[in-house]
Structure formats: structure tokens, C-alpha cells
Design a protein around this ligand. Structure first.
Ligand code: NAD
Length: 262
């Protein structure tokens, strides 16, 4: 089994949901964890303490707003100085905005594209030279089933997630001759604050209970009728970093209860 002790794992958007679960899974492997995202000081301290109890490595926080190129540059610079670079980069931070295209606010389009797509371009370009120098690196982009198929009213999100799968393939080709891989993970519904908001909106719009809205949300798209467990996404990330996955690069891997099999 791979030893993650001494390895630096940056997980963007890891103060909540899928990113936080991924951080905990790598903490269990004793990696050094760099977590990022928005939260109150109390929440950040709690996450830092929780992760520090799990891992024997260091736990660092950087609060960069990843819609801002200069803050991404400062974050990577700080990580390089503190721990000597990123070995495993997990581009996870993402937001959603739901609206028919003719009413889609252009500033929301820009924001979703900046966070869900451009941020991964910036972190990747800034981490790659160090990975190449070390001769090893793993980049995982948390895309979505919406990188493979579309849903109505999610123009920016679907465009950004299709885009990040394209970016994944280019990075995979440009690094193919080194021991560096770049892959995308495509989750279906995962019960996180991002999806809880959508269930709440459905319940209000259709005058349903939370339970009915949750059932409808799942049965529309996810044949398993179960949410994906965020820790299973963490385990999938660990697998993609393992030696067994050395020749897996440039793929977009669904973890979606059958959503994209339809
Ligand atoms: P979440 O809302 O629980 O977490 C999002 C994280 O991103 C938080 O830590 C938040 O603070 C951070 N974030 C938001 N804006 C930021 C910014 N400007 N700069 C830095 N960090 C920022 O969401 P989640 O459901 O855990 O989603 C994580 C990823 O998984 C996203 O890319 C999302 O598109 C993807 N995804 C989620 C689902 C799902 O069903 N939840 C399905 C497929 C893909």
C-alpha cells in the first residue's frame, strides 16, 4: 500500500461537503493536508483540530478566494514556502447557479466559470513544474456527471464541468511521459450543502416536504435512488493516487449510481 506520510495534499473547497470528506480520507493516510474554502474562524479551527487528530502530518489552512487569480497565486506560493509544494492536487471547489439561460445573470456565469473551471487551470499550471521536478504528481478534478451529460437550467455549471474534463485530458497528455496523472471524477447526487439548497428550492417551488423533494430529485436522475457517499469519493481519490492507478490518466470516472448509464 502507498505511504502518504510526508506527502502534501491540497484539496480546494474542503471546509464542507465532498472536499472535507476527501481531506479526512487523506488525513487517515497520514498525509499533510492543506485545506481551503470559506467558513467562520470557529469552523476553520474545528476542522483544523479534527484533521490534526486524524493525521500525523501537518494541517494547514489557506482561505484563498479561488475566483481570484492573485489569491490562487498567493496560496500556491505560501504552500511552496511552508511545505515545499503540492504532491496531490484535488480541484474540488465548486458552486452552482440554477436559472433558464435567458435569465441567467452574466455575473453568475462568470463566477461559476471562474471557480469551477478557471481555478483548476491556475492551480494546475502553478503546481505542475514542482511535480515535474519531483518526478511524481497526481491531479484530480472533481467534475460531475454534468461534465458528461446536461440538465436544464444549469448552463454555467454544465459548461464549466464539460470544460474541466477537456482540461483534464490536455493535462494528462502533457504529463503522460512522467509519473504524473490527471483524472476527473464525475459524481452524481451527493448530499452536501450544495444539493441541500436544491432540495429546499424544489420543496418550496412544488409545495412538497423535504422527503418528497429528495425522492423526486433522486428518482429523476439517479437509478440507485441513493446518494453517493462523499467518503467513497475520497477513497476513489486515494485509489487514483495509488501505484495501481499509474496508467489511469485523462479519464472522466462516473460515481453516480447509474445516472450516466441511461
Ligand atoms: P459544498 O457547497 O458543500 O462545498 C463547496 C466548497 O467550496 C466549500 O468548502 C466552500 O467554502 C468552497 N468554496 C465556495 N466558493 C469558493 C471560492 N470562491 N473559493 C474557495 N472556495 C470556495 O459543495 P459540494 O457538494 O461538496 O461540492 C464540491 C464539488 O463537487 C464541486 O465542484 C461540485 O460541483 C462537485 N459535485 C457535487 C455534487 C453533489 O451532488 N454535491 C455532484 C457532482 C459534483
Amino acid at each position: 500500500m502507498k505511504n502518504y506520510t510526508g506527502m502534501n495534499v491540497l484539496i480546494t473547497g474542503s471546509t464542507s461537503g465532498i472536499g472535507l470528506a476527501i481531506a479526512k480520507v487523506f488525513a487517515k493516510k497520514n498525509a499533510t493536508i492543506i485545506f481551503n474554502g470559506f467558513a467562520s474562524i470557529e469552523e476553520i479551527n474545528t476542522i483544523q483540530a479534527d484533521l490534526s487528530r486524524i493525521t500525523s502530518g501537518r494541517v494547514l489552512y489557506h482561505g484563498a478566494d479561488l475566483t481570484k487569480q492573485n489569491e490562487i497565486e498567493s496560496m500556491i506560493e505560501a504552500i511552496n514556502q511552508d511545505v515545499g509544494g503540492v504532491d496531490i492536487l484535488i480541484n474540488n471547489a465548486g458552486i452552482q447557479h440554477i436559472s433558464p439561460i435567458e435569465d441567467f445573470p452574466p455575473e453568475k456565469w462568470d463566477l461559476v466559470l471562474a471557480l469551477n473551471l478557471s481555478a483548476a487551470f491556475h492551480t494546475t499550471r502553478l503546481c505542475l513544474s514542482q511535480m515535474k521536478e519531483k518526478g511524481w504528481g497526481r491531479i484530480i478534478n472533481v467534475a460531475s456527471v454534468h461534465g458528461l451529460v446536461a440538465s436544464m437550467q444549469k448552463a454555467a455549471y454544465v459548461a464549466a464541468k464539460h470544460g474541466i474534463i477537456g482540461l483534464t485530458k490536455v493535462v494528462a497528455l502533457e504529463t503522460a511521459k512522467q509519473d504524473i496523472t490527471c483524472n476527473a471524477i464525475c459524481p452524481g447526487w451527493v448530499l452536501t450543502p450544495l444539493v441541500e439548497k436544491q432540495i429546499q428550492t424544489r420543496a418550496e417551488q412544488n409545495q412538497q416536504t423535504q422527503e418528497q423533494a429528495t425522492h423526486d430529485l433522486l428518482s429523476e436522475k439517479q437509478p440507485s435512488l441513493s446518494f453517493v457517499d462523499p467518503y467513497h469519493i475520497g477513497e476513489l481519490c486515494v485509489f487514483l493516487c495509488s501505484d495501481a492507478a499509474q496508467q489511469i490518466t485523462g479519464v472522466a470516472l462516473p460515481i453516480d449510481g447509474g445516472w450516466t448509464a441511461q
